[in-house]
Ligand binder design. Structure first.
Ligand code: NDP
Length: 488
């Protein structure tokens, strides 16, 4: 039982919430023992396979195909063959398929959400309430454009490019698939997509949606594998590469494609500044800070991983933040009460541990709320660093984990200067009650997205992408379809 505290004549409030376990059943997911490659509307066997596991307990979930260079070439050939028919269908016909996909994703959303959390480690309430609705919304949104390309880009005669090679990461597996596939198909292209090595299962389940929607064979092809499969896709006979992932791999792809005439969009890392002014709604800002960095275990390219607090409110912000952190529940991703799930892989956990150790060594002060981490699986407690200098690695490098670095500023100019002091430029947040200040800051922050009095908000109609080492090209909105089109 929870103790109840009486606060004057106001309603009693619990002082110590205890939560009974509320696990989501996994019965809805039917996994195959082994998956092949989805090419030309059929499942193809490969010579090699690898195991995909659940990061919550390291249990194996299925065997997944490792696509070779030849397999990738076969998938691109299937997409090329399908392009002739798909690109010449009336836009309204293509739209029908995309609407169907959106509807099927919505109908099967619980199944997809459970599988996403099982394979990737993110809390079920996030897969259920964010990843799935947004993935369906992307297909729904781009379906609406499929028959209006001439109006979307007037007097520019938009034409599809051909075959798009798409490489996605492990932090939002199905959502990144939707961001890539929906605009490409709406514009009349066919695709070969490679999901990340650690999270291939929702992309493989998506093949069943493609089948259910009766998409012509070869319009969507899914090839699984490790980085070498991604590299083979970059080398293959595609007309465009769309990549989301690390800056390092993005740069290598850019070097490889230079001079080939293939189109390229890169959505890479980030080190977003979340900037809190002393006139903001403090409690709301603290919620935004927490959402900004601990959402999806911090495995978010636009995570608000650098918190800039105006000096005059530094103490109350840090105090409220630490207090709020003690209420975050870390644990089983499939429990509906979980706020912070499992770290996606052992490799990522080691990277987070390395950077946190560097932060301590460089002199920052660490705080982690008391929490019980499960014994099996990959876990990291929500962490905040204070006393951070701008030169520290934890203030410069993308940690991609639940780790926040707090810095301070005095004036808006100083906030802008410090916020822009990073090689990245993907997103930023501003917390203030002054509309004029929001606009002033947004004009000066070198970030593709600037959120005001909110954070990590996404909408299919709104373009998303970066500056500097965060990449180029946009996803979402009309801007997100443009890289899949040629203009006269
Ligand atoms: P990667 O950039 O290696 O992975 C992204 C995708 O690219 C995966 O599908 C990966 O395959 C594939 N890939 C890997 N090497 C190549 C290659 N040479 N050519 C083509 N494709 C390739 O990211 P990691 O998963 O290794 O994560 C490392 C760091 O990158 C993270 O710690 C984080 O800081 C950052 N990151 C940023 C993301 C973002 O959204 N901006 C997303 C993910 C990571 P495979 O999975 O098989 O390796």
């Amino acid at each position: 039982m929870t103790d109840v505290a009486r606060r004057g004549d106001r309603s009693p409030v619990p002082t110590d919430w205890t939560y009974a376990p509320a696990p989501e059943s996994t019965d809805i997911v039917r996994l195959q023992e082994r998956y092949g490659l989805y090419v030309g509307g059929e499942w193809l066997e490969t010579k090699e396979h690898f195991a995909t596991i659940s990061p919550r307990d390291e249990s194996p979930l299925a065997e997944v195909a490792q696509a070779s260079e030849g397999d990738v070439q076969g998938a691109v050939a299937a997409a090329r063959e399908a392009f002739g028919t798909w690109s010449t269908l009336p836009g309204s016909e293509r739209a029908k398929y995309l609407f169907r996909i959106a509807r099927i994703l919505a109908e099967r959303s619980r199944e997809f959400a459970v599988l996403e959390s099982l394979n990737g480690g993110k809390p079920i309430k996030e897969s259920r309430d964010v990843d799935l609705p947004l993935a369906a919304a992307h297909f729904f949104y781009y379906a609406g454009w499929a028959d209006k390309l001439e109006y979307a880009y007037p007097n520019r005669s938009p034409k599809p490019l051909g075959v798009a090679g798409q490489i996605i990461p492990w932090n939002f597996p199905l959502l990144m698939l939707a961001w890539k596939i929906a605009p490409a198909l709406a514009a009349g292209n066919t695709v070969v997509l490679k999901p990340a090595e650690t999270t291939p299962l929702t992309a493989l389940l998506f093949c069943d949606v493609v089948r259910q929607a009766e998409l012509p064979p070869g319009v969507v092809n899914i090839v699984t594998g490790d980085g070498s499969t991604g590299a083979a896709l970059v080398e293959s006979d595609v007309d465009k590469i769309a990549f989301t992932g690390s800056t390092e791999v993005g740069k290598a792809i850019q070097r490889r494609l230079a001079g080939t005439g293939k189109k390229l969009t890169l959505e890479l890392g980030g080190k977003a500044a979340n900037i809190v002014f002393d006139d903001c709604a403090l409690d709301q800002a603290v919620e935004g800070i927490v959402n900004g960095i601990y959402f999806n275990q911090g495995h978010v390219c636009c995570a608000g991983s650098r918190l800039f607090v105006q000096e005059s409110i530094y103490e109350p912000v840090v105090e409220k933040l630490k207090k709020r952190m003690t209420t975050l529940r870390v644990g089983d991703p499939l429990d509906k009460n979980t706020d912070i799930g499992a770290i996606n892989s052992r490799m990522q956990l080691e990277k987070i541990e390395e950077l946190v150790a560097a932060g301590k060594e460089e002199g920052a002060e660490i705080y982690q709320p008391p929490c019980h981490l499960p014994e099996k699986g990959y876990w990291f407690a929500p962490t905040v660093f204070t006393n951070v200098a701008q030169s520290y690695r934890i203030a410069q490098e993308e940690i991609f984990g639940p780790v926040l670095s707090v810095l301070t500023f005095r004036t808006p100019d100083e906030a802008v200067e410090k916020a822009n002091n990073t090689p990245y430029g993907l997103s930023a947040g501003v917390w203030t009650e002054k509309g004029s200040r929001i606009l002033w800051m947004a004009e000066r922050l070198r970030a593709g997205v600037v959120w005001a009095n909110t954070f990590n908000r996404f909408d299919p109609t709104s373009p998303f992408g970066g500056y500097k080492e965060s990449g180029f090209g946009r996803e979402g909105g009309l801007h997100g379809m443009e890289p899949y089109l040629d203009f006269e």
